[in-house]
Design a protein around this ligand. Sequence first.
Ligand SMILES: Nc1ncnc2c1ncn2[C@@H]1O[C@H](COP(=O)(O)OP(=O)(O)OP(=O)(O)O)[C@@H](O)[C@H]1O
Length: 591
Amino acid sequence: MFQFKWLWQNLEGDRARYILGLCLSVIGCSLTIVNPYLGQRVVDTFLTGDNAMHNLTDQRGLLIGLCLAMVGFSLLRTGLAYVTAMQYEISSQNMLYRVRVYLYNKIQEQDMAYYDRNRTGDLMTKMTGDLDMVRHSMAWIIKTIIESLTIFAAAVVYFFTIDAELTLWLLVLSPPIFVVAYLFAKRVRPMYIDLRERLSQLNTTTQENISGNRVVKAFAREEFEMQKFNEKNINYSTANKKAALVWLDYFPYLETFAQGFNVILMLVGGFLVMDGRLTFGEFSAFSALVWGLSNPMRNIGIIINDLQRFSASLNKIIEVYYAHPGIVNNHSAGNKRRYEGKIEFDHVSFQYGQSTVLDDLSFTIQPGETVAIMGATGAGKTTLVNLIPRFYDATKGRVLVDGMDVRKLELDELRGNIGVATQDVLLFSDTVDGNITYGDPELSEEQSVHYAELAAAHDFIVRMPEGYDTIVGERGVGLSGGQKQRIALARALAVRRPILILDDTTSAVDLETEEHIQQSLRGLEYPCTKIIIAQRVSTTAEADRILILENGRLIEEGTHAELLAKRGYYYEVFKLQNEGIGRGVSEHGTK
Ligand SMILES: Nc1ncnc2c1ncn2[C@@H]1O[C@H](COP(=O)(O)OP(=O)(O)OP(=O)(O)O)[C@@H](O)[C@H]1O
């Protein structure tokens, strides 16, 4: 019931049209009794009975009128069917469009934790296949149900006006048909829920394979991926067949009952005609309209199949529709403040589920300061910086920006004050310029070039076939890792935010290029607090302060020189890297 309420709610704007469609369905289907009635009159007046010959000559006008009316009603019904189908199509397509926009926005609004929980393939299935199934249900299944019920009811009412006894005999078949349909629905329902899940797995596997095709090729795992895909494909196909074949277990019973209508009509109807209680015309009306009882019964299987699919799909859509992000962005349109850029962690802890990733962190970063964060892989560096723009919220403690708890700041404003270059670089399939100006589409071409220069990207961009207008492939395909990083850095610099977070942004660039980038960062023309996650001492050496994380705890904090003097983790990394790269970084930080 809730599902139908949901559909009704989302039909807003097209409800009148949809109801018009339903009304036209009812009118069109009620008219199905007209032709059998006219036929009955033709038979009784002109073909059978004592006066038939006489009527043929005397009432020829009536005969022609009845025949023309039959043709006219057929045409009218066809026209009505056309107009009716249009109403269903237009209203369901409009609803599909609106719900798709709503779901897309809803997915966009979700926090990071939502994306951790939901697979891309599954979300894609919801946005495409599930939505189409719901539209199909609105335009076809509900229409079929209404039409079947109307034809059934119209036939029953008409039959009762002709002969109640024969009608009751025919209706004897209805209860067993409903029992069979109920048993079928009960058995097939879990199958369609399972089928929907398998489709989602198939889509997820396909999507992962396509987006990870480089890794697949690099490891020559095509065969393995093929097998994995095949397994999901077979799973889906088997479940599909299983669900479809269940219908075959019930179909013979339903078909037998449906045929039973004709048998009863022949036996009981024939007897009534011989007994003189039913005219030939009335018998022919029963005969012409008995499909109105049997066809809906035949349709039951298809309708139940589709209703189960519809229900499985709609439940999936409703999950997204009512998903509430833990971190809500209200998108207020007012003027946004520009922050000073002070950042404070006050006894901050963070857990992913049960696992503690950050443990009681406290430190302050002053406006304009450059702070490097270093630590072994998995130490919690990315998690730490993710708390500043509220990609996640701290489990304990407070993160403050300009002295305000980030949970109390307006999210748009907060994020509008932070420029981020993430560790996992994602470029859009757009021009290089489009990618650099992604955060500020108003940026002029000169400014775009300026930030590309700061990010040491200009030289390789101008060497590309169409320079800044070169389209980069999906996720930046066609560029080297270091090139992608530099475009992502230019994108983060170009928004000129007072807080800049760089997560391992120069890990794939050579040391000379890195030196150029560091100079650019030192000389940025706008005031900016910089947090730079890095593994290289060459990157961290010139920071105002370096924080060392180990298993989510802050174990060292100080300048390059202070940390070296401590002879702790940082010193060990320094020794290792200086020996390893053979390129000296002195204890005072100069190279
Ligand atoms: N979305 C997530 N869900 C659950 N656990 C996560 C998630 N993201 C990270 N983790 C876990 O949290 C811990 C810290 O991860 P994080 O990415 O912050 O480390 P890091 O120091 O940035 O590592 P690296 O230098 O390798 O990028 C790791 O153990 C990781 O497995």
